[in-house]
Design a binder for this molecule. Structure first.
Ligand code: PMP
Length: 409
């Protein structure tokens, strides 16, 4: 019974062109990897899909810190943070983050989680009790959606970037407490939430504002502290989640908030209390990564990244202007996430497959990850891309457009 049921579900996914495939990376770090394809053939690919935005995963200082941390601390932490898993390396990361965000969050304190997914689950389940209404942005990341599902409070979704709709929903809410929950940089669209307006609403309605800055941390702001730094925000209502496996190039996540909020999370977030802390060696490498993010080198990498984004956008604008019949649309985005909407699922996957034949890995993203009819290539850029890498992608896309690969007609 079970196997027929599961197989028919899998068949339905395949019929809708929705099967996802796991590939094995044989060697390399973004943007160059040797990857074993579904056909078992190994290929050298230039990636336009990694979230290693600053190219730090391959940085020698991080690899060295990881090795040094392993020599000093060994492998795993062996226990949850409140038992014996919280090492001096974990504490050093939290101290650095608490101090870094002091300008943005009064009495800022930081708490580590093993992944961003876990951090979001922990924050929303701990704060979103039965007396708390959660106001969730329509395009929030899956981990915020799942966190809201697990929370005990009522969940109200508001349309993408629609401050007025949110203001209305807050005004008619009768819940004793309110939590506004949003991504900063939207992971599939690359645009940015109107955080200043959301914070004003949080102030007006006595709410907390949970911001998932997974794609902003390291990328935005002069020091790389993310969206709150870029926008110059300061409030004790901010509950900021940052991830350390993307621009920081290592792994894990943090929550920074007013010390009272953090103390409450430490006492009540079940997935923190009942889960083994990250390996101390990883934290040691994270500390090295934080120093790099907030350094002259970090600033230079952010400047390079901005140049790559500008080159891709102007090149795509030319490409599409020269080919008015090509039904693709590059969404407006200033971040390293540059989505090219193709529309049709099969056309999107055909385009992604053709690019792979040309040595480029640009994954197609289909529903349910994105709304039906908006299947897309999610192009991400990183500081380690050269200008020639970007030109290679543009040239390959031009070839595909001329061959009508990825056309829905
Ligand atoms: N939030 C957003 C917006 C993300 O894109 C991701 C990862 N794709 C996460 C949270 C989860 O972070 P992690 O990969 O560290 O679990």
């Amino acid at each position: 019974m079970w196997f027929e049921h599961l197989q028919s579900r899998l068949d339905a996914l395949a019929a809708g062109d929705l099967t996802r495939r796991l590939r094995t990376v044989l060697s390399g770090t973004a943007p160059h990897q040797r990857v074993s394809g579904a056909d078992g053939v190994a290929r050298d690919l230039l990636l336009f899909c990694s979230n290693d935005y600053l190219g730090l995963a391959a940085h020698p200082a991080i690899a060295q810190a990881l090795a040094e941390g392993a020599r000093r601390w060994g492998g795993g932490s062996g226990a949850s943070p409140l038992v014996s898993g919280h090492s001096a390396a974990h504490a050093a990361v939290a101290d650095w983050l608490g101090q870094a965000y002091a300008a943005h969050i009064p009495q800022a304190r930081a708490l580590g989680f093993c992944t961003g997914y876990m951090a979001n689950l922990g924050v929303l389940t701990a704060l979103g009790d039965a007396d708390t209404e959660l106001f969730c942005e329509a395009l929030n990341h899956a981990s915020l959606i799942d966190g809201a599902r697990l929370a005990r409070g009522r969940v109200t979704r508001y349309p993408h970037r629609d401050v007025q709709a949110l203001a209305h929903a807050l005004a008619v809410s009768t819940a004793p407490r309110r939590l506004i929950v949003t991504d900063s940089v939207f992971s599939m669209d690359g645009d940015i939430a109107p955080l200043r307006e959301l914070l004003a609403l949080a102030e007006a309605h006595d709410a907390l504002l949970v911001v998932d800055d997974a794609h902003g941390f390291g990328v935005l702001g002069e020091r790389g502290l993310g969206a709150v730094e870029a926008l110059g925000l300061r409030s004790q209502r901010l509950v900021l989640v940052g991830t350390l496996g993307k621009a920081a190039g290592v792994a894990g996540a943090f929550v920074v908030a007013h010390t009272t909020v953090i103390e409450f999370l430490l006492q009540t977030a079940r997935n923190l209390i009942f889960s083994t802390a990250a390996p101390p060696a990883v934290e040691h490498a994270v500390l090295a990564a934080l120093h790099l993010v907030d350094s002259e080198e970090g600033r230079e990498r952010r400047a390079l990244l901005a140049q790559r984004v500008a080159r891709l956008r102007s090149g795509m604008a030319d490409l599409l202007a020269e080919r008015p019949a090509t039904p693709w649309q590059l969404l407006p985005s200033d971040t390293p996430i540059q989505p090219l909407i193709i529309g049709d699922n099969a056309a999107t996957m055909a385009l992604s497959a053709r690019l792979e034949q040309l040595g480029l890995r640009v994954p197609g993203i289909r529903p349910p990850t994105v709304p039906a009819g908006t299947a897309r290539l999610r192009i991400t850029l990183c500081a380690a891309h050269t200008a020639r890498d970007v030109d290679r992608l543009l040239q390959a896309l031009a070839e595909c457009a001329d061959e009508r690969v990825g056309a829905t007609a």
